[in-house]
Design a protein around this ligand. Structure first.
Ligand code: KIV
Ligand code: ZN
Length: 513
């Protein structure tokens, strides 16, 4: 019988720390619900003391997401732990995850503490957390650059005071598979021994070895993997959940390990996260990249047609890559649309489903075939909208090779119609200048991406923009068969999100790590 490995997902905490990946509370709930469908074992929902916004999100996830442990992160300071407990206490199974750095470089330059002081902090923090609950995880930040003997001492203190999960992070992505395996072996032999403690690993990808390091640690007895969807996270990111899960599944005989993950939910999760954060997945990314199951070379294509096993080690369906065999069109009804949306991993309430269906019909009138990617774009555009302050009423563009592009735009704001016209370097610039002028907003455009969602001249365009204002960054998306309308929608979506962020007064990134 294969042994079980716990999947601890930190997309909403470490993942959210990746540049530009901040999410609003609604978006975090959507991701958390998708993690529930994936059947991860633990969701690290946030770092409650870092901001009021983070606290509220963690508390909401603890209340609303079922069948999975909900962890909150906290430093070893007692007020951090109290705040964390407040945020997670209503979860079915709450977990306090407390951490402190153990490498000399962190002790000297960041914490300005001695080794003895850190040992005392660990003992006090874990014992304090245990007064609230049994489920306490301790992490030795920068463990892989710590003196191994001191690390062993720290881990022993954490266990003696009641930690039941011991996490050994490679915080700066410095280690290698062989070296990490030895460190995990040391902690297993010297600290864990016969204690009922779960040994956990948490790797960063600075040298591109996070997944390899994680797998090497599993071979040495680690039984919890901390990871994120699409591998997002600080700097070069964290261990990619889909890569570890599929490696264990595809090479089950070799590893003799399994997870509870519903692998068919992997692709929907990847797409959802990318849509929400605007962080695109590189085409050649393992498992979830758009080329991961694409065959180009003639010999490969011929082989796959004869027998997919020739060049495919996994079936695309296993990760929920819906085959495009069922294509919807203008004769497809509400039920067929609802079933497809569900198969793609989205749960919509009636209002969002009806609105999406209307848009689907409009697209189907313009396109012969509506592919899964079109449906995803419509649904995502509909459900990932922040509560709107600005609504696009109409836009017209005059453009051509011999004229200055001019946009005329009408927007509704709190029942009033704002109208104006402006020129720009190109039609998109003209639209954005006009929107900024009539709304009086001063957002800076950091990034503009456009994608044809499917092939063909009648494809929908999907635009993603990243705007910043003051300390806030928001990502907006819009999809339409007319790319200029998609561009306007994306910009207005981002403006609405900025409004939401400003209103919430949330910090863009969690401080302290
Ligand atoms: O990378 C790291 O060390 C962390 C800890 C807080 C677990 O994210
Ligand atoms: Zn980390």
């Amino acid at each position: 019988m294969a042994e079980l490995v716990k999947i601890f997902d930190t997309t909403l905490r470490d993942g959210e720390q990746s540049p530009g990946a901040s999410m609003n509370p609604e978006e975090k709930i959507r991701v958390a619900k998708q993690l529930e469908r994936l059947q991860v074992d633990v969701i690290e929902a946030g770092f409650p003391i870092s901001s009021e916004g983070d606290f509220q999100s963690v508390r909401r996830i603890a209340r609303e997401v079922k069948g999975v442990e909900i962890a909150g992160l906290c430093r070893t300071d007692l007020p951090d732990i109290d705040r964390c407990w407040e945020a997670i206490r209503e979860a079915e199974v709450p977990r306090i995850h407390t951490f402190i750095a153990t490498s000399d470089i962190h002790l000297e330059h960041k914490l300005r503490k001695t080794r003895a002081e850190v040992l005392r902090d660990v003992a006090r923090a874990v014992a304090h957390a245990r007064r609230y609950l049994e489920n306490v995880e301790f992490s030795a930040e920068d463990a892989t650059r710590s003196d191994p003997d001191y690390l062993v001492q720290v881990c022993r203190v954490a266990i003696e005071n009641g930690a039941n999960t011991l996490n050994i992070p490679d915080t700066v992505g410095f280690t290698t598979p062989e070296e990490y395996a030895l460190l995990i072996r040391l902690i297993r032999e010297e600290v864990v021994k016969n204690n009922p403690v779960v040994l956990s690993v948490h790797c960063h990808d600075d040298l591109g070895m996070a997944v390899a390091n994680t797998l090497a640690a599993l071979r040495e007895g680690a039984r919890q993997v901390e990871c994120t969807i699409n591998g997002i996270g600080e700097r070069a990111g964290n261990t990619a959940m889909e890569e570890v899960v599929m490696a264990l599944k595809t090479r089950k005989k070799f590893y003799g390990l399994e997870t509870r993950i519903v692998t068919e939910q992997i692709y929907p999760a990847s797409r959802m996260l990318s849509k929400i954060t605007g962080v695109v997945v590189q085409p050649n990314k393992a498992i979830v990249g758009s080329n991961a199951f694409a065959h180009e070379a003639g010999i490969h294509v011929a082989g796959v047609l004869k027998n997919p096993l020739t060049y495919e080690i996994m079936k695309p369906e296993t990760i929920g890559l819906a085959s495009n065999l069922i294509v919807l069109g203008k004769h497809s009804g509400h039920n067929a649309f609802r079933d497809r949306v569900k198969a793609l991993g989205y749960e919509l309430d009636d209002a969002a489903l009806n609105k999406s269906f209307k848009r689907f019909k409009a697209v189907a009138d313009k396109k012969k075939e509506v592919f899964d990617e079109d449906i995803e774009a419509i649904v995502a555009d509909e459900i990932f909208r922040a509560p709107d302050r600005y609504h696009l009423i109409s836009m017209n563009i005059a453009t051509g090779s011999e004229m200055i592009p001019t946009a005329t735009v009408q927007i509704e704001l709190e029942g009033k119609i704002l109208r104006g016209a402006s020129t720009g370097d190109g039609p998109v610039d003209a639209i954005y200048q006009t929107i900024a002028e009539i709304t009086g907003t001063k957002a800076k455009l950091l990034r503009f991406d456009i994608n044809a969602i499917t092939g063909g001249a009648d494809a929908q365009g999907e635009v993603t923009v990243r705007l910043s204002e003051e300390n806030y960054i928001a990502i907006g998306q819009g999809a339409h068969t007319d790319i200029l309308v998609a561009s306007a929608r994306a910009y207005i979506n981002a403006l609405n999100k900025l409004e939401h962020l400003k209103h919430r007064g949330a910090e863009v990134r969690s401080p302290g790590l």
